[in-house]
Write a protein that binds this ligand. Structure first.
Ligand code: FAD
Length: 374
């Protein structure tokens, strides 16, 4: 890759990419239309696992495994460098049904994942004391961890600043500037032209806005997700609980998140009473003690939805030095780290832990049932 790299989009993907490229000695400039780390990456739950991973293509599990193997040390590194703790926590994940048991077992054996089958209510309560005693069956994944999104992003931003990376907030990329050989020479922004030798697009849900990407079938749609946050004392709930596609995530300070909805709302970022009530109801079903807890916050974010959850990673087939890493959908935290590693290895001409061709921009992605429903 050539000298000056402009990264467009300052979510977790753009910020991590900037950090890693800087470590490799590149001259990086990070462009963000608003403020760093305030969109989907801020809004997410930070579970370092897909939900029901067997429902997705194996590529998702492979990317996820990379994140699962590396996040603890990445978070520790950020804490040591900045003093801001991303709060990596191995809380485990408890699913409270045996639906999809056969698929789950087959997936666990394929990926050597630690998955225990639970057959009675007492055993469920040994894992999570505060779970609704009416649940009788479950699947337990003790290795699953989480991080706390706003803190991770704060820590990442502090790291970028410490390393003097050129950050331009409130700077919206409008289009790409190319020479007669169809090679990138700059980015046109609302603040003028920024010269660079290559561009990496990490604009999340907004990635479809670039004609050069939509033209080659990069199909990223915003899929809105709403979350609510309960204020509780520490250690009331210890495990991530998953039930009917909704989850509870206990943070270190006691707060408990409940998420998340899947809604196609274009770019309309508004929360609704319907979603709040629905999340509240399912939270009470999972952990009845929450009926006594105050709801402190209710928010939403726009996931970068690719039709089958497989992100778009790699080079533009026609424009030289234009690269993309987007469309991580519901799992940009867990699969993001692996996607960045894959792209950077490709840029450095090195072999990687997966074949980047599986994620190429013009690979057709058939929409999954979940995506059609959203
Ligand atoms: C409710 C919810 C729960 C989630 N839970 C989880 C979870 O538990 N685990 C998990 O792994 N994932 C989860 N996710 C998904 C995950 O958060 C996303 O996949 C991930 O944050 C995507 O990162 P990103 O950097 O691509 O996008 P973003 O964080 O949205 O960043 C993209 C950035 O690009 C900027 N941008 C856009 N266009 C331009 C432009 N033209 N010029 C300059 N800047 C631009 C935007 O302002 C934005 O800051 C969740 C998401 C939501 C909404």
């Amino acid at each position: 890759m050539s000298n000056r790299v402009a990264i467009i989009g300052g979510g977790i993907i753009g910020m991590m990419t900037a950090k890693m490229l800087n470590q490799q000695g590149a001259d990086v400039i990070l462009l963000e239309k608003g403020l760093l780390g305030k969109e989907s990456s801020w809004a997410g739950g930070g579970i370092i696992s897909p939900l029901y991973p067997w429902r997705y293509a194996d590529e998702i599990s492979q990317l996820a495994q990379y994140g699962q193997q590396h996040y603890q040390s990445v978070c520790q590194g950020l804490l040591d460098e900045t003093g801001i703790d991303p709060e990596w926590l191995q809380s485990g994940l408890l699913m409270v049904s045996h639906d999809e048991l056969a698929d789950a077992k087959a997936w666990a054996s394929r990926f050597s994942a630690n998955l225990a089958i639970i057959n009675d209510s007492n055993s469920l309560q040994e894992i999570e004391e505060k779970i609704n005693p009416e649940f009788q069956k479950g699947m337990w994944m003790p290795d699953i961890a989480q991080l706390r999104n706003p803190r991770t992003l704060k820590s990442l931003k502090a790291s970028l600043e410490k390393n003097n990376i050129d950050i331009r907030e409130q700077t919206k990329a409008i289009d790409f500037i190319k020479n007669k050989n169809n090679q990138i020479t700059g980015v046109n922004t609302n603040k003028g032209i920024i010269d660079c030798d290559s561009v990496i697009v990490t604009t999340g849900a907004w990635s479809g806005q670039f004609a050069e990407l939509s033209r080659i079938a990069v199909n990223v749609k915003p899929v809105l997700g709403e979350m609510i946050l309960f204020k509780c004392e520490p250690n009331q709930l210890k495990r991530i609980i998953l039930h009917k596609g909704r989850y509870l995530i206990p943070r270190k300070d006691g707060r408990i998140l409940c998420g998340s909805t899947l809604e196609l709302a274009d770019f309309d970022k508004r929360t609704t009473d319907t979603a709040r009530k629905e999340l509240q109801q399912v939270a009470y079903e999972m952990a009845p003690f929450l009926k006594e807890a105050t709801i402190e916050h209710h928010w939403c974010g726009l996931r970068p939805g690719s039709p089958n959850g497989i992100p778009y990673i790699g080079e533009h087939p026609e424009i030289q030095n234009l690269y993309v890493n987007t469309g991580h959908y519901r799992y940009g935290v867990v699969i993001g780290l692996g996607s960045i590693k894959l792209l950077l290895d490709h840029l450095n001409g090195e072999s990687s832990f997966m074949d980047i061709n599986d994620f190429r921009l013009d690979r057709v992605r058939e929409p999954t049932a979940e995506f059609k429903l959203a």
